[in-house]
Design a protein around this ligand. Structure first.
Ligand code: GLN
Length: 282
């Protein structure tokens, strides 16, 4: 038996030695997860002696995090715009920056009347399913190229009770939506990291999160080109796209060239231009 605080301190030191920036916080969250305690309860339980039977599951989680597996994968969820999304190996973890897209788009989305949204590269589903949860009149096509992320999209559709209004589709860009089906808005957080920059990312992202969700080709803009070619034909109202740092200018021009003439750019909480939106001029 060992007091919890001792395990907490040794885990923190181990995480630091593995280069994890938020070592103490991660140690608290993982120990808490293994014991079924939140952070406050972990704090209040510092003196609690941990039995060997409690230590073993903690060690398993700590080893995974020591290998720089994303914390959200290990605890199996991440909060996004006030809701929990299930995540795990094979799917990009929702980022707070992506909430910028929700905040920029929601004021333009009426709460009544039929409305069809396509989320391209749905991953966990955090963008499209948040929109569907916020707007009960909205119908969603959640599209991804890969099966692993789509499994999480489906889990989150069920967990959020959105089954009736969401079609989960596998394929490239808008191709899985039959030509006769309407699309009003196309939303996406496409892969936008220039291939050469991937090597410089944190190990969680570089070595673990899916390359398909990150690699945007030589200049990071490959998927915007392909997606806007299709969205320009099919989106009746507009597009809302997350972009990487420094890409807003280029994507803004591409959005306008695709026929969305009312274009706006929205910064995230860090002041980085993070979202480009375009609407057809009335
Ligand atoms: N925001 C992700 C990152 O940090 C990139 C996601 C993407 O390429 N769309 O690294």
């Amino acid at each position: 038996m060992k007091p919890l605080v001792e395990v907490l301190l040794s885990t923190t030191a181990y995480f630091k030695s593995r280069g994890i920036p938020s070592a103490r916080l991660d140690a608290e969250l993982l120990i808490g997860h293994a014991l079924g305690l939140d952070r406050v309860q972990v704090y209040l339980a510092h003196d609690r002696p941990l039995l060997e039977a409690e230590l073993e599951p903690i060690r398993v989680l700590v080893r995974r995090r020591g290998n720089r597996e994303p914390l959200a994968w290990i605890v199996g969820k991440r909060e996004f715009y006030g809701r929990d999304f299930r995540v795990g190996p094979g799917v990009l973890v929702p980022r707070p920056d992506t909430e910028t897209l929700i905040e920029a788009l929601l004021p333009l989305v009426p709460a009544e009347g039929d409305l069809y949204v396509a989320d391209v590269g749905s991953g966990s589903g955090c963008i499209g399913l948040t929109l569907a949860a916020e707007r009960p009149n909205l119908r969603l096509y959640a599209i991804d190229k890969a099966e692993a992320p789509l499994a999480f999209t489906r889990e989150n559709v069920d967990a959020l009770g959105l089954k009736e209004r969401v079609a989960v589709l596998r394929g490239s860009l808008l191709a899985p939506v039959p030509a006769a089906r309407p699309i009003d808005w196309v939303v996406s957080n496409p892969p936008y990291i220039p291939t050469a920059d991937l090597a410089g990312l944190e190990p969680e992202v570089r070595d673990q999160e899916p390359r398909l969700a990150l690699d945007g080709g030589a200049d990071g803009l490959d998927v915007y080109r392909a997606l806007l070619a299709e969205a320009g034909e099919r989106a009746r109202v507009g597009v809302a796209l997350e972009v990487g740092a420094g890409q807003a200018g280029a994507v803004r021009a591409m959005v306008a060239a695709a026929g969305f003439l009312e274009v706006s750019v929205h910064a995230d909480l860090g002041g980085i231009e993070r979202v480009v939106m375009g609407r057809r001029a009335k």
